[in-house]
Design a protein around this ligand. Structure first.
Ligand code: UT7
Length: 359
């Protein structure tokens, strides 16, 4: 048994924050951000994570041509759920009417979508479920410290979802390698976030991100490269068998370094970090949707995907695409209207950062 990807859908919130917008309150510039990261702009959400997940999911379900009651399982891959208890998959399940689905959240940071895809695929392969919805969506900008330019300029909000359906054909995620780089968890962390039960503290919440950019960069390239090689070995393929590469979108320099190590031509590599920034668990579903919309994923292609994130978690997977690259049906799902600019949405958090750093 295999688990074909039969539906896909995305949600990119409408408010846009450009690099020039960031330079109005941070000591940064469009030139620095673009040359160091490839990012031009990012979308800022005016709604919680589950609302973006609902929109992406409804598009994916329509695309697959199924009824939401056919879903046996919904996995929400995210680091930014609306709440921790109960999980946010349950919010999505109620919103989309997936009344027969079990649901849980997965948090492995930016790799949450890939980890979730692997879990759902293996459950379908094992025969315990037939149809699953796998979501990767983030509201990363809720977690940023808007006084720290080294991390504040990198992230954005959004994501998407895919529908998996059981099939006898060798399609979908054929093999994957999930990993974690030991002793790197402090490099990208949020020590003050949420309720730390070990200290019994709660905060009025404007968080501070610990972020060692260069160390993350090095470990990301190494970790993803190893995971890619392992995923290829597991599936009995080599890099020459890969038609299109869909990497995590954190920094175009990371993508290019990895592509070079894998000997991939950049023409066959998806890059959309310029448009969205790093949407953490949202980057791979956004990339898949944009690649399909642009006609870059063609029937029967063999894809490689790779991701890394806080933990540091890593992963890669080989995906065999089916015959269909267009939706069976479309959905009218959209977010509620947004009547604020990106800066207006973020203003309370920007003000809190100014107060914190005494500006
Ligand atoms: O999904 C996981 C998320 N994590 C990542 O994606 C992080 C991976 N790492 C990176 O993408 C890169 O390391 C960064 C983009 C974060 C930084 O690029 P870099 O080429 O490693 O720059 P750097 O940290 O070496 O900083 C160079 C200079 C420093 O100034 P000095 O010491 O040379 O005077 C920084 O203070 O750039 C300065 N700088 C900035 N300048 C303008 C750092 N951030 C900024 C900024 N604007 N936003």
């Amino acid at each position: 048994m295999y688990a074909e990807i039969t539906g896909w859908g995305k949600c990119a919130p409408p408010a846009i924050l450009t690099n020039d917008d960031l330079a109005t309150f941070l000591d940064t510039s469009d030139e620095w951000i673009y040359t160091r990261t490839g990012i031009k702009r990012r979308h800022i959400s005016h709604v919680p994570c589950s609302e973006m997940a609902r929109v992406g999911s409804e598009h994916a379900i329509a695309c697959a041509g199924i009824d939401p009651t056919e879903l046996d399982l919904v996995i929400l891959g995210t680091t930014t759920p609306d709440q921790f208890i109960p999980n946010s998959a349950s919010t999505v399940i109620n919103a989309i009417g997936a009344s027969n689905a079990a649901g849980f959240d997965v948090n492995s940071a930016c790799t949450s979508f890939l980890y979730s895809l692997n879990i759902a695929t293996d459950m379908i392969k094992a025969g315990s479920i037939k149809t699953a919805l796998v979501i990767g969506v983030e509201k990363t900008t809720r977690l940023l410290d808007w006084g720290k330019r080294e991390s504040a300029v990198l992230f954005g909000d959004g994501g998407g979802a895919v529908v998996l359906q059981a099939t006898q054909e060798p399609l979908g995620l054929l093999g994957a390698k999930l990993s974690l780089v030991p002793h790197t968890r402090e490099m990208l962390s949020m020590p003050e976030f949420g309720v730390d039960l070990s200290h019994q503290q709660q905060h009025d919440f404007y968080p501070s991100l610990t972020f060692e950019g260069q160390e993350i960069f090095k470990n990301a390239v190494k970790g993803m490269h190893e995971a890619c090689k392992d995923a290829l070995t597991k599936t009995g393929l080599t890099q020459d068998d890969i038609d299109f590469f869909v990497p995590h979108q954190a920094n175009v320099r990371i993508i290019k370094t990895l592509a070079k190590r894998m000997a991939f031509d950049m023409d066959n590599v998806m890059v959309c970090v310029n448009e969205y920034g790093n949407c953490s668990a949202g980057t791979i579903p956004l990339s898949l949707c944009d690649a399909l919309e642009a006609g870059r994923i063609k029937p029967g292609m063999t894809l490689l995907t790779a991701s890394f994130g806080a933990g540091l978690t890593c992963g890669a997977g080989v995906i065999k695409w089916g015959e269909r690259t267009t939706p069976i049906a479309t959905s009218e799902a959209k977010l509620p209207p947004c009547n604020q600019t990106a800066i207006e949405i973020l203003q309370p958090a920007i003000d809190a950062a100014k107060e914190k750093y005494g500006e």
